[in-house]
Each structure stands twice: as C-alpha cells, then as structure tokens.
Design a protein around this ligand. Structure first.
Ligand code: PLP
Length: 430
C-alpha cells in the first residue's frame, strides 16, 4: 500500500467527517488519535502516511486472532474467489455443510447444528430466538455489564445506557451481576427461556469466572429447564489457550455463539451452534430465520481454514506459552508501578489490566498509542484495560508489548488532563 501524504490524509478525515461520522472524526481529533489504518501485517497496523506503527493489542476483540492478512487466510480467500461467490442462502451449500460438520466435530456433546450469520449480534439474536422458540418460555437473563451486540435482542440483553435512546424494546430481559449465584437463583423463574453469558466478559474488563460459578449456572439452568447460551465471540477460537473457553470449566453449553475471529480478519461470518434436539424447531420451520449474507460461501471457506489453524494442538500450546511469558512480564510491571497498576486478570491471551484509578486507564489508552501500542480500556469497567494481542505473536512481540506497557505507564505521571474525561468516555466507541 502506498504512503499517503499529510494533505491526502487531511482530505480523508474531512470526507469521513462529512459523509460517514462527524462525531467519530471529532472524538478522535480531540483525543489526539487521528489514525487511519493503511498497511497492516501480522500483529501490526500502520497509519496511512506510513509514519506511525502500532502493535495491535486489541485485535478488534479477536477478529485478528491470526494476525492481519494472515498469508494462509489470504491464500484461502484468493482460491475461494477463483471458484465461488456468496452463494445462495436458500439452497443447500457444500461450503456451509463442510463448515457445519467441522464445527460439530470441534464442539463437545451434541452441539451438532449451526446457523450462520454475518456478525456477532445477529448470531446472538438467533440464539435467543431459538431458546424462546424451543422452550416456549420468554425471559432471558444476562449479566450487568455484559455485551452481546447492538442489534435487536442482543441489545436488549445489555446495559440501559446502550438501549435508552431507542424506544421500547422487547420485554422479558433481566440482568444480574456476573458471578452472583444468589441473584441468578432469585431471578430464575418458570418462564426463563435462557441464561446468556460471555464465558469471559470482555467489555466488563476480562472477568475470569470461578469454575464453581459456571458449573453452578449450568446446574441451575438444567434444574429450571432453561438453556445456557455462552457467547464466545471474543473468548473462543483459541484465545484462552483452549479452542473454546468453556473447556476450562468442564461444562457444555446448550448454544454457543462465535464470530469475530471466525472471519480470519478477512470475510465476516458468525455462527450459532446448538444442540441437536433444538433442530426439531427448524425442521418444522426451515425458512423462519434467514440471513442473505450469513455463511457466505467464500467466507465459509475462510472460516474452515481458521478452524483448521486454531484447533491445531501446537497452535493452542503456543498460545499458552505466550500467555506464560505475558504473565511474567505483567506481574513484574504490577510490582514496578503500584501507584498505577493494581492487578491483572488473565486466561491465556485474554488479559485485563486493573488500574488504580479510572483516569489512569483512560489515559493509558492514549499513552500506549503514543508508545506504539493499540490497547483499549473496557467500556463497562473503566478501571480495566483489555490486552488482546493476536494469537500468532512470538516471544519478541511479547517483549515488545511488555516494554510498551512499561513505557506507557511510566508516562502517565506527565499527562495533564487537558480535556473533559467524562465527555470523551461517553463518546469513545469501545
Ligand atoms: C462478546 C461479544 N458478543 C457479541 C458481539 C457482537 O458482535 P458484532 O459486533 O459482530 O455484532 C461482540 C462485539 O464486540 C462481543 O464482544
């Protein structure tokens, strides 16, 4: 990709502000972060002028698990484009059959069926629709501070701040604190269709649940005849060192939702994987839920390759090894910077840094950017910063990330808060 001039970049920002989002353009200007992605490769992204390089420690929440423009994925896409297109969502499809079969092989129990979508929110909507249709019940219990998307039913599971401006929503959505079994027991009713949780809530700051908690949730759902839906949009596909994060907990959910990384960072695709008995509903109503682009055939070919790479035991042990290096480095930083860093949560390469004050995590995102690292604070617990590097990082990348975190934290004391933090906090898009 060519390096654009400063004047060309200015024009792009102007066009974006005039025709895509003036609010976003202003927010990033105020934040001193007018970065436009140009070249991208492995764990790195460059500004369109070629002048600034960032190591990506957000990975769009897992979209870039395999790095940017992973050569195997790009090759798979090229090959798919030689023969395929989106396909037709009404017909039987070889690519969707292959991908569904592979997912069934890689999932435990009788999680044998998949409906494909093009984004995470859409796949969550389907999971909730299916839970209601199969159980004949209505209520959905989700976690306060959890995040499952901005579409209809997915949005309804979320916090009021994301729903308020959009009028009346579907009834029957109840929130409980994540990790609080007593609240769950109290809210569980005869009419509860499902409990939906992120296995590891990401927007809540990478909260790692106790094993006993998820096992008890599983039991309570079973006893109540309610389904357990686990959202692995961020935690799935090897992020935690196992292919699925729920494998750490020795439980099997009834429905699993994946997205983001399934795309290989190249072609959007998501999946709602569900237990065999629920297929009875679609058997009777095979065209009741359709998605024009869901499981597009070129995307299905890419997703199959993603699964092949991500389920390789060597790949998963690499993730675990890199996670160990990260743990060592971050532990040392927590000891070195007690004024700023309180602790960290980690499962594999899903890491949350807890800052001692909210303003430090906000400023850290900016300081990290200036040190050459892209890492974002967690929107639903603003003391936390998420560290989600691509899973293909090596030892040198880990050293680079630790060094950049160190530099960014060391810089915090020089930062003056020259803007209204609350205003910025409310506007930033993550
Ligand atoms: C855990 C989780 N679930 C669902 C979604 C929604 O996915 P999408 O943005 O593709 O609709 C997201 C997006 O960030 C997510 O993090």
């Amino acid at each position: 990709m060519k390096d654009y001039t400063k004047a060309e970049k200015k024009q792009i920002i102007k066009d974006f502000a005039s025709h895509v989002s003036s609010g976003k353009a202003k927010t990033f200007k105020d934040y001193g972060m007018e970065f436009i992605i140009g070249k991208r490769e492995g764990p790195y992204i460059w500004d369109i002028t070629g002048k600034k390089k960032l190591i990506n420690c957000h990975s769009n929440g897992g979209v870039f698990n395999l790095g940017h423009r992973n050569p195997e994925i790009v090759k798979t896409m090229h090959n798919a484009l030689d023969e395929l297109d989106i396909g037709n969502h009404h017909f039987i499809s070889k690519q969707r059959a292959d991908l569904g079969k592979k997912l069934a092989e890689l999932m435990p129990g009788d999680l044998d069926y998949t409906v494909f979508g093009s984004g995470g929110g859409e796949a969550i909507d389907l999971a909730l629709k299916l839970a209601r249709a199969f159980t004949g019940k209505n209520d959905i219990i989700s976690a306060i501070g959890g995040y499952h998307g901005h579409t209809g039913l997915a949005m309804a599971t979320g916090d009021p701040e994301y729903k308020k401006p959009f009028g009346e929503l579907a009834p029957g959505f109840i929130q409980i604190p994540f990790g609080d079994l007593e609240s769950l027991k109290t809210k569980m009713q005869a009419n509860t269709a499902a409990v939906i949780l992120e296995t590891i809530p990401a927007t809540l700051g990478i909260v790692i649940p106790e094993k006993e908690y998820l096992q008890a949730v599983r039991k309570i759902c079973d006893e109540n005849g309610s389904l357990l839906i686990l959202d692995e949009v961020q935690s799935g596909l090897g992020r935690t060192g196992k292919l699925w994060a729920f494998e750490h907990y020795d439980i099997i959910p009834d429905i699993v939702v994946i997205g983001k990384g399934l795309s290989g960072g190249i072609y959007p695709i998501s999946a709602t994987i569900f237990r065999k008995p629920y297929e009875a509903f679609f058997k009777k109503n095979p065209f009741i839920h359709i998605s024009t682009f869901g499981g597009a055939e070129v995307g299905a070919a890419v997703a199959l390759k993603v699964l092949e790479i991500s389920s390789d035991p060597d790949f998963l042990s690499h993730v675990t090894q890199m996670a160990e290096y990260m743990k060592k480095g971050i532990s040392a930083l927590v000891s070195k910077h007690p004024k700023y860093l309180e602790s960290f949560n980690q499962l594999g390469l899903m890491i949350g840094l807890r800052f001692t004050k909210e303003k430090y995590s906000l400023l850290f995102t900016k300081a990290a950017y200036e040190s050459g690292m892209w890492a974002l604070y967690a929107n639903n617990d603003k003391n936390m910063v998420q560290i989600l590097p691509p899973l293909i990082i090596d030892e040198n990348h880990v050293e680079e990330i630790i060094d950049k975190i160190d530099k960014a934290v060391s810089k915090l004391k020089y930062y003056k808060i020259a803007f209204n933090i609350k205003e910025i906090l409310n506007k930033l898009p993550w």
